[in-house]
Design a protein around this ligand. Structure first.
Ligand code: PLP
Length: 419
């Protein structure tokens, strides 16, 4: 491990250092890792100092079970105002009738969405986790799949685009109580209007899991699912650039059911420090500067996708409409984990993932890598840097023996150090 003296002017974590040098050392190490390596994780970002200050505030000492104005805990007058402020900002940013800002995470918000309108045993039509859906969309090892009967849809085998004919046919045939759209690894925009039509035809609730693209929706650069859906789940820590946590958005006729599904059904006392930080992030997301950031995030992803294609790299769906770019590494004869490891040797940080319709043999180690431009765009990187990144990734992926590692690592560090 690198000695603390080598860290230079990083966060010094003075209070932690004074009582817990071991932990302080690890905090500095993580600070350095985040600030010197190339952060291409699709679900990560760099929150502002204001968000981090609110998150690390005295609010973390406060218990406030229940809803503003209706709590048994004492001393909640101020946190009530904070929660109402966060709710109001969430409804304004997303144009929603109702918001609940208490979910601890995206997973909690998706489960609460199910619990609000479904009974155990109800059928849900959702994107297969093997084709890009999130594990909360019916993966067998989750509470959701024990409680509800998931019917899976997927993407077209040739194009990688959602198979809307299959979705309509399954909905007509199975008559699910809810249709869920949204994905964990899918770089294209989703036709929410068409999903709405299908849901209405079969009298199903439409739940949208928009966790990954929340910031892009707030910035107006991808379509907003709120006008088309009954419930929308978002997280504040990915493209929205806030603290880790979820928000549930819904129609006013569902407000009480959504609130009850969060507390007391599936959560305890809300994390008021996180709710305050969500309020800060939502205020930031309402600014023209944030809209410009969201626009640049997608422009960067599209530029990166085009530059990777120029490098001869194969992309799932052939490109992107969002912040995500998904690379098919099967043509290079390696697994997703091997591809991730080759990039990691030169401090390029990204995820391995599974591609839809990938050969079964690669299932354990993945068949692709998934990257995102949200964090590097926050750092100020633009199209020219996307050209650099595409070339770094192509070099790393093709370097089986690691002969190029030293010079590539220097090039990566040199790029990141400028931001
Ligand atoms: C589509 C989708 N839903 C839900 C989640 C879960 O969010 P969290 O990790 O905050 O529980 C994610 C996170 O990756 C996601 O991509």
């Amino acid at each position: 491990m690198i000695a603390d003296e080598e860290y230079g002017d990083t966060n010094d974590f003075a209070a932690v250092s004074a009582q817990d040098p071991t932990l302080a050392h690890l905090l500095r190490a993580e600070f350095r890792r985040q600030s010197t390596s190339l952060q291409l994780m699709a679900g990560e970002n760099f929150a502002s100092s204001a968000v981090m200050e609110a998150l690390g505030s005295v609010l973390m000492n406060k218990y406030a079970e229940g809803r503003p104005g209706r709590r048994l805990h004492g001393g909640c007058e101020i946190v009530d105002e904070i929660e109402l402020l966060a709710e109001q900002r969430a409804t304004e940013v997303f144009g929603a009738e109702h918001a609940n800002v208490q979910p601890y995470s995206g997973t909690s918000s998706v489960y609460a969405a199910y619990f609000s309108v479904l009974k155990p045993g109800d059928a849900v039509l959702a994107m297969s986790p093997a084709q890009g859906g999130h594990y909360t969309h019916g993966y067998s090892e989750t509470i959701a799949s024990r409680w509800f009967d998931f019917i899976e849809y997927g993407v077209n085998g040739d194009t990688g685009i959602l198979d809307y004919d299959q979705i309509r046919d399954l909905a007509r045939d199975k008559r699910p109580r809810a249709i869920l759209c949204g994905a964990n690894a899918y770089p294209r925009t989703i036709d929410y209007a068409l999903f709405r039509q299908i849901a209405e035809e079969v009298h199903a609730y439409l739940i949208v899991d928009a966790c990954p693209t929340a910031g892009l929706i707030a910035g107006g650069v991808v379509p907003n699912p709120v006008p088309y859906s009954d419930i929308v789940c978002v997280v504040t820590h990915k493209t929205l650039r806030g603290p880790r946590g979820g928000i549930l958005l819904g129609r006013s006729y569902l407000a009480d059911r959504l609130d009850d599904a969060v507390y007391p059904f599936s959560q305890g006392g809300p994390h008021m420090h996180s709710i305050a930080a969500k309020a800060t992030a939502l205020a930031e997301a309402a600014t023209p500067q944030f809209a410009a950031y969201a626009f640049q995030t997608v422009a960067n992803a599209q530029h990166l996708a085009a530059a990777l294609i120029n490098e001869g790299i194969l992309l799932a769906t052939g490109g992107t409409d969002t912040h995500q770019v998904i690379i098919d590494v099967t043509s290079l004869g390696i697994s997703g984990l091997e591809a991730r490891a080759r990039c990691a040797r030169s401090e390029i940080v990204l995820d391995a993932c599974h591609l839809p319709h990938a050969p079964q043999r690669s299932i354990d180690a993945g068949t692709g890598i998934r990257l995102g431009t949200a964090a590097v765009t926050t750092q100020g990187m633009l199209e020219p840097q996307m050209e650099n990144i595409a070339s770094f990734i192509a070099r790393a992926l093709r370097d089986a023996e690691g002969r190029d590692t030293e010079s590539l690592t220097n090039a990566v560090r040199s790029l990141v150090s400028q931001f």
